[in-house]
Design a protein around this ligand. Structure first.
Ligand code: IPE
Ligand code: IPE
Ligand code: MG
Ligand code: MG
Ligand code: MG
Length: 286
């Protein structure tokens, strides 16, 4: 399993590297900025696409572009998240944040470019039928807009700590992180032509494990060390863990993890990969 995850990570790293080659000297710095932030990362969302594809025996070549697309869009969201008028973070993936190296103007344009590139990867994917491209594109594009990442990030930034309650933090974590995360599972289910029951199971698993993933991220923000986590940690910023306390957060983490695994029951042994993956996600330290 670990080997498979590493193999997928290498494949995605190579594909993304190839995809962000440029031969126009006029926009060299823009591409450099995009490639800088598209590199690295754990590639968790791409791995999730491939492991979900395994449930439906999808050949890898039908998943590569969608997996890369999600990673590019995710990378774009990290560039924006770190900007001074957002989280004002200086460190990302063990390196200075994009805007620290390339400036805020270039960082923002690189982020837009990455989102566009991600959507093009799907819309031009010759391994998918037009119907598959349409469905995948629809799920993915809605996951980072007003019903997903943008909405979650907005509330995360704008809500005053004194007004935060459980429902609001739940909204933030579902939208800013679980939405894109969950899209990865749903995209693979679409390409795998999952039936209604399978689609529902994957949606439930994806939503719950996506939420659990952000609880771990919040735990790392509160308790983590920058040199291990590889990004600026925000010990004082309001989040799920700050609101409910560390012990309660761990209980929720366990609950979401159990709920997620339960959704996989119908797949029997075929879901062993996804189970190991979800275990890894909740135990991670970076
Ligand atoms: C970090 O995501 C941002 C969140 C949405 C929580 P990851 O922990 O997947 O970051 P990388 O891609 O490995 O850097
Ligand atoms: C992640 O929220 C949401 C994103 C869309 C990037 P955070 O602000 O907690 O992410 P990190 O901790 O900086 O990676
Ligand atoms: Mg943030
Ligand atoms: Mg942040
Ligand atoms: Mg965080």
């Amino acid at each position: 399993m670990k080997e498979r995850m590493q193999k997928i990570k290498r494949l995605i790293d190579e594909e993304i590297d190839k995809r962000l080659q440029n031969d126009n000297p006029l926009i060299e710095a823009l591409y450099k900025s995009a490639a800088y932030s598209a590199a690295g990362g754990k590639r968790i969302r791409a791995i999730f696409v491939f492991l979900t594809g395994d449930l439906f025996d999808v050949p890898e070549e039908k998943l590569i572009n969608s997996a890369c697309a999600i990673e590019l869009i995710h990378a774009a969201s990290l560039i924006m998240d770190d900007l001074p008028y957002m989280d004002d973070s200086q460190l990302r993936r063990g390196k200075p944040a994009n805007h620290v190296v390339f400036g805020q103007d270039v960082a923002l344009l690189a982020s837009i470019g990455l989102i566009s590139e991600g959507m093009q990867l799907i819309l031009n994917d010759g391994k998918l039928t037009c119907d598959e491209r349409l469905k995948v594109g629809g799920v993915l594009s809605s996951s980072f807009g007003f019903n997903g990442l943008a909405a979650g990030q907005f509330v995360d930034l704008k809500i005053k700590d004194k007004h935060v309650n459980f429902e609001i933090i739940e909204f933030i974590n579902q939208k800013k992180t679980a939405a894109l995360f969950s899209a990865a599972g749903r995209v693979a289910a679409i390409i795998g032509h999952a039936d209604e029951q399978g689609t529902k199971a994957i949606k439930n698993f994806s939503d719950d494990i996506g939420f659990a993933f952000q609880i771990v991220d919040d735990i790392l923000d509160v308790m983590g060390e920058e040199k291990i986590v590889g990004k600026t940690v925000e010990h004082d910023k309001m989040n799920f863990v700050k609101l409910v306390g560390i012990e309660e957060a761990k209980k929720y983490l366990k609950e979401y993890h159990q709920k997620a695994e339960k959704a996989l029951e119908m797949f029997g042994n075929k879901a062993d990969g996804l189970k190991e993956f979800s275990q890894y996600l909740i135990e991670r330290v970076r």
